[in-house]
Design a protein around this ligand. Sequence first.
Ligand code: NAD
Length: 277
Amino acid sequence: MANQLLKGKKGIIFGALDERSIAWKTALRAVEEGAQIVLTNAPIALRMGKINELAALCNNAPVIPADATNVADLENLLQKSMEHFGGKMDFILHSIGMSPNVRKAIPYTDTNYDNFLKTLDISALSLHKVLQSSMKLDALNEWSSVVALTYIAAQRTFPGYNDMAEAKALMESIARSFGYHYGFAKKVRVNTISQSPTITTAGSGVSGFDAFFTYADKMSPLGNATAEQCADYCLTLFSDYTKMVTMQNLFHDGGFSNTGVSQSIIEEMEKAAKANG
Ligand SMILES: NC(=O)c1ccc[n+]([C@@H]2O[C@H](COP(=O)([O-])OP(=O)(O)OC[C@H]3O[C@@H](n4cnc5c(N)ncnc54)[C@H](O)[C@@H]3O)[C@@H](O)[C@H]2O)c1
């Protein structure tokens, strides 16, 4: 399904850890659609992950390490990418999330505040840092597109999502606020995609993930959106067909966000009630 949708476009993809990562699928599809890319991840993830395999599949895309909480790393990444491409870029995918509280299974009501601040820094402020560094270095062409990935726990409570809920709410707000400033200054657009639960390293780290993956699938008229489908949606936002879309949180969830309850969930509840006599 390649239509050269991104022919001539150049961009940076953050967050491809392994072949399940949404960023991994997006990198492959972006190249298939004619884009040239630079891949990046935190230095530790580069050591543990398989990004070099992905780079080889992406026309030997350069891999440039950057901890997304470190502005010097981000500036180096942007500068090196512009040197590689011989000019400014057209898109950035921010596909980054990590909560030390989630990782250590620390309950929300007994949170560790140092961890909480790290969650916000890695998962939300990093978007601000990417945008501010890009603006400062004038790294993006007019009508460029920056996309960050989020989850509906920013709007509604999903208890296992822990402090990532606050991080996603903050990140969505940064996309709106920076989208305003970058739009007026340089016509750069900034959006978030709110994706269905997806089986990846970050996704499966959330407690009760399997249950709410199945629940969301049964609730959504179209079922859960896959990582591949999310990649396709990212490409549409990088393309020139969505030039006037900015400062939006776009649900890519098979209809989950607008469904109160589905017939399938009602039937499950009825079955459970009968089984309990
Ligand atoms: N999997 C899901 O269910 C789901 C649902 C909605 C949104 N999302 C979001 O999608 C995005 C991608 O996650 P994924 O599901 O593909 O999982 P993933 O674990 O494959 O990707 C998360 C990435 O974040 C990177 N990262 C962590 N700390 C970093 C740092 N300091 N600097 C740079 N990179 C760092 C990791 O190395 C990893 O590559 C995240 O923002 C996640 O919250 C995931």
